[in-house]
Design a protein around this ligand. Structure first.
Ligand SMILES: [Zn+2]
Length: 405
């Protein structure tokens, strides 16, 4: 386990967050001996659905209704059932339990629709005016186990331990900030299991990755409780797949700088040249451009006279694209990141936009929003022998490390 020289920078915020009753001294100073348990996080698994296959193999388990109803069942061996939507509540073990919230607690782990998870499964029966009643499935577990289930997906296979540890710290920082949001204690869930938050698949990684879950648990444990801070406060430690040679600042990507201009200011990256997304190009027609911008609520009309890169942000990432269009020769200026998402491009690090027959050709670099750690670069830095501290300090200049539990 590596030693973080600046790990114990107990800032005021952290002290307040950790100061819970008996764990604190009378002066509000947290005891370093107490509060060692990771916080609990709730992750929504997939999209709401009407059915889910649950398997708890060869363990004791309990099913209990929450917030009303008196359903309570326990068992000592395998539970195999299909969860469904009943007229009154959640269907489990072939009948309507009457419970609208069901807490399913396995001895150690469960399998849901083929993926295995540690922690507890919370099932909520929710009714949507358009889609009717559906099940919202939430995995409640401790932060360290959650981080272990994220890093294999976010880094992918065959990276060095230092890269997984760097990713563990950024993933934990993101999740920690979600837990600090107002009302987090009572939210049904804090994060999604997809790219909308961070990709989390419990104990099951894609088979082709060949990743050992136990190794991911160790990589998480080796950075246990450590998050990134700036001036002693947590900040949104954004990261993305491939920067294409330089990361950029949050504003250019439509993200919130949140008092962290220094660590998120954008740095040159000489490490992601081997990524297959380092360079790309895409061609689209005038008609496609018109419909894509309409969906993005930035409508134009045909014909399209010109599409030009108007302004660049840090590292050359495109801040603004200007489109000259229509019979009246109107002009529309669109943020680069909006243009990117409207057209489904890999990034808004465009090198050129050129007229081709019937449309436009965009050449660009990288994949993702370009802010914070370049994951491909972090993999290469790890291969060249960098430690997780060196990787994180490189991509987040001036960053500090705080151990929050
Ligand atoms: Zn890079």
């Amino acid at each position: 386990m590596r030693t973080y020289t600046r790990v114990l920078v107990w800032c005021c915020v952290t002290a307040l967050l950790l100061c819970t009753g008996a764990a604190c001294g009378g002066d509000g100073t947290p005891s370093l001996m107490a509060n060692t348990a990771p916080p609990t996080i709730r992750v929504r698994l997939g999209k709401p659905r009407t059915k889910a296959r649950l398997l708890i193999p060869r363990q004791a388990w309990t099913l209990r209704s929450e917030g009303g109803g008196a359903y309570a069942v326990r068992g000592a061996s395998t539970l195999k059932t299909t969860l469904g939507v009943g007229a009154r509540g959640i269907v489990v073990r072939g009948s309507d339990s009457g419970a609208t919230v069901l807490r399913i607690r396995p001895g150690s782990w469960f399998t849901l629709d083929g993926k295995s998870y540690r922690g507890t499964l919370i099932v909520r029966r929710e009714t949507d005016a358009q889609r009717g009643a559906r099940l919202v499935l939430v995995n409640e577990l401790d932060m360290e186990t959650y981080v272990a289930g994220v890093i294999g997906n976010e880094v992918g296979p065959k990276a060095e331990p230092a890269t997984y540890r760097a990713q563990a710290v950024t993933a934990r920082t993101y999740a920690w900030m979600r837990l600090q949001r107002e009302g987090a204690a009572t939210r049904a869930f804090h994060v999604y299991d997809s790219q909308a938050s961070q990709v989390y698949t419990g104990m099951t990684f894609p088979e082709s990755y060949g990743i050992d879950y136990g190794a991911m648990v160790r990589r998480s444990a080796e950075t246990r409780g450590v998050i990134l801070t700036h001036r002693g406060r947590p900040f949104p430690a954004y990261y993305a797949s491939t920067c294409g040679g330089h990361t950029t600042e949050p504003e250019t990507s439509g993200l919130d700088p949140a008092r962290a201009r220094e660590p998120l200011r954008g740095v040159p990256c000489g490490y992601c040249g081997t990524s297959k997304y380092f360079r790309w190009d895409k061609t689209f027609s005038d008609g496609h451009l018109e419909s894509a911008l309409k969906r993005a609520r930035r409508p134009i009309s045909l014909p399209v006279h010109n599409v030009e890169i108007r302004r660049r942000g840090r590292g050359g990432w495109v801040a603004e694209v200007r489109i000259h269009y229509g019979k009246q020769k109107a002009v529309r200026t669109v943020p680069g990141h909006v243009f990117r998402s409207a057209l489904g491009l890999r990034s808004h690090n465009f090198t050129s936009i050129r007229r081709v027959r019937g449309g436009w050709r965009v050449r660009g670099k990288g994949w993702g929003h370009g802010v914070g750690m370049c994951q491909w670069g972090a993999i290469e830095m790890g291969r060249k022998g960098a430690t997780e501290t060196e990787i994180l300090r490189y991509y987040y200049p001036g960053v500090g490390f705080t151990k929050v539990y």
